[in-house]
Structures are given as C-alpha cells and as structure tokens.
Write a protein that binds this ligand. Structure first.
Ligand SMILES: NC(=O)c1ccc[n+]([C@@H]2O[C@H](COP(=O)([O-])OP(=O)(O)OC[C@H]3O[C@@H](n4cnc5c(N)ncnc54)[C@H](OP(=O)(O)O)[C@@H]3O)[C@@H](O)[C@H]2O)c1
Length: 283
C-alpha cells in the first residue's frame, strides 16, 4: 500500500506525515512536494519525496506512479487552485489511484465563504471521475486566531462583524490526524466529512479566551462591515485580506463555520483539542 500526501511541506501536510508515520511504515508513505530542499526533514525520516508542482501535469503523473491512496491538500495560490487541483486529479486518474481524499471547506457546495468557489469547482471535478473520493471539509483552524492574541494585547478588543455566529474551529493537528485515519483505516468511509471542533465558540467566547491568555480585559468590538474594512485598512492590512476578512465574518455570522455533527472527534477517536490549548501553545 502506497499513500501519498501532496503539499507535504505545508503546515497541515507536515502534520499529516507525522500522523501517518505513527500508523504505517515510512516505506508506505510518499511526500509530494514542490521544493525538495524544504522536504529534507521528511526524507530524513525515510519517506520517499517526489517533486511536482501543481502546475506541472507531467511531473504530477510521475509523482503519483504506484500510489494507491492520495491526500490532495488544497493549494494556497488563490485564483489558480481550480486548475492546479484538476492537474493533480488528472494525474491520479491517469496513474490508477484508488482513493483520493481532498481537503475542502465546510458545506462548500452551499457556503458563501470566499474560499468556497474553488473548493466547489474541485469537488465537482472529482465527481466526474471514477475515483473513490472522500471529501474532508475542514473547518477553520484554531491557528487562524493566533494573530488575535497580539491584536487583543494592542487594542483590548476582538474586532468582528460576526455577531452571534459561532466557529467550530479545530487544531491543524486534529484535522491532520483525521486525514491520516481516512488514509489508513480498513473501516468503511463516508463520501463527505464535515470536520469541526467539538466546541463552537462565539466572539464573546474568543474574547474571554484571549483575556485569560493575556491576563487583561478583552472586549468584543462588534462593528459594521464598513467600519471593519476602514479599521483594518487604516491598520495597514492589504486590501485583499480586508475583503477576505469582511467576507469571512459575514459567513460566520450566517453560521457557516459552526460545523456540528462530531465527524472530527469520531474520526480521531477522542475529543478535539480546545481552542485555548492551541492559542496557549502559540503564545
Ligand atoms: N481550514 C483553514 O482554516 C485553512 C486556513 C488556511 C488555508 N487552508 C487551506 O488548507 C491548505 C493547507 O493548509 P496549510 O495551513 O498547510 O497551508 P500552508 O502551510 O500555506 O501550505 C500550503 C501548501 O501548499 C503547497 N503549494 C502551494 N502551491 C503549490 C503548487 N503550485 N504546487 C505544489 N504545492 C503547492 C505549499 O508548498 P510549499 O511548502 O512549497 O510552500 C504548501 O505546502 C491551504 O493550502 C489552504 O488551501 C485552510
């Protein structure tokens, strides 16, 4: 059995490799990366490293030779990912990969999250293949809120337009472990996993968590989208990220990141890691 992981040098991919190596011998794992030098620590653990950019269909075919199961970790070059993911999928079909797991977004097919359209396009592309597909619709990472620690220190607030919307975030390591379980289990798999942390937290909960961590008062500054955009712009945040943040908060307000259902804890066989633990580790 050969299990390949793309983007293995990324933050999630590295953790997937860590988790896989607790479950199967290194000889069964292939790391597909675009930068061999960055992958040296993975190679040092006995994992075969194959170099292929998502933009290189020929290299991707070579990289997936003999692979039985593949984790396609979505890329981070927004706007280019639909074609990049299609290149990986084409290579997987060409090389006779049996199972392909893909890291998507919560309820991607109905979500208004700004990242959803490229995930939907990839999900639709996968549906047209005869691959055995597992969609790992990962919720928000706890780690996305690490910058909120400094922001809370400097402003004493959590700036948001999300209102009462809740976020069931989870640690990257928990999402990675779930992926490793999917890639190694003999148990039947669901076609779609909606993955989120056990606890859905509000902005007030986040403020309380940050307050505990920095030992100072933190309040929620619930503003309008226009006010949020102005404050972020004046703080020097690039326009693309201002738009992304405003759109994401709108999605949170609608409850689109309140992933419930327990798929993540069921896959990893334990409760998910609390937000406070991940943020404390980030301090
Ligand atoms: N759920 C969430 O909260 C959340 C947050 C952010 C992102 N995401 C999504 O989840 C993915 C994994 O998260 P992460 O934290 O591991 O992100 P990350 O650390 O930014 O890793 C992205 C990975 O994609 C690889 N990559 C990008 N373009 C590529 C290309 N053209 N060819 C081959 N590889 C390419 C990068 O390669 P290098 O290592 O060579 O740079 C890197 O390994 C992200 O890429 C994004 O799609 C989810």
């Amino acid at each position: 059995m050969t299990i390949a992981v793309t983007a293995a040098t990324g933050q999630l991919g590295s953790l997937v490799i860590d988790s896989l190596l607790t479950k199967v011998p290194a000889a069964e794992v292939v790391a597909v990366v675009r930068d061999a030098a960055k992958a040296q620590p993975i190679a040092d653990r006995g994992v075969e490293v194959r170099v292929a950019s998502y933009d290189d269909p020929i290299a991707l075919k070579q990289a997936l030779s003999g692979v039985d199961k593949l984790l396609l970790i979505s890329g981070n070059e927004m706007g280019q990912r639909t074609q990049q993911h299609a290149n990986v999928i084409d290579a997987a079909v060409d090389q006779g990969v049996s199972l392909l797991a893909y890291t998507s977004a919560p309820a991607a097919d109905t979500s208004t999250l700004p990242v959803a359209p490229e995930h939907v396009a990839t999900e639709e592309y996968l549906a047209k293949t005869d691959l055995d597909v597992v969609l790992l619709r990962n919720g928000w990472y706890h780690e996305n809120y690490a910058p909120s620690i400094d922001a809370a220190r400097h402003t004493g607030t959590v700036l948001t337009t999300a209102g009462d919307g809740k976020v069931a975030s989870a640690s990257r390591a928990d999402f990675a472990e779930a992926a490793a379980v999917v890639l190694t289990t003999d148990q039947p798999l669901k076609p779609v996993y909606e993955l989120g942390g056990d606890v859905a937290w509000s902005q007030a909960d986040l403020a309380a968590t940050l307050s505990d961590l920095i030992d100072a008062p933190v309040a929620v500054a619930d503003v309008t989208p226009e006010e949020q955009a102005t404050i972020l712009t004046e703080a020097g945040v690039p326009a693309m990220w201002v738009d992304f943040t405003v759109a994401t908060d709108a999605s949170i307000k609608k409850g689109e990141l309140e992933v419930t259902g327990g798929d993540l804890s069921a896959l990893i066989g334990r409760p998910t890691t609390p937000l406070a633990d991940t943020l404390r580790a980030a301090l």
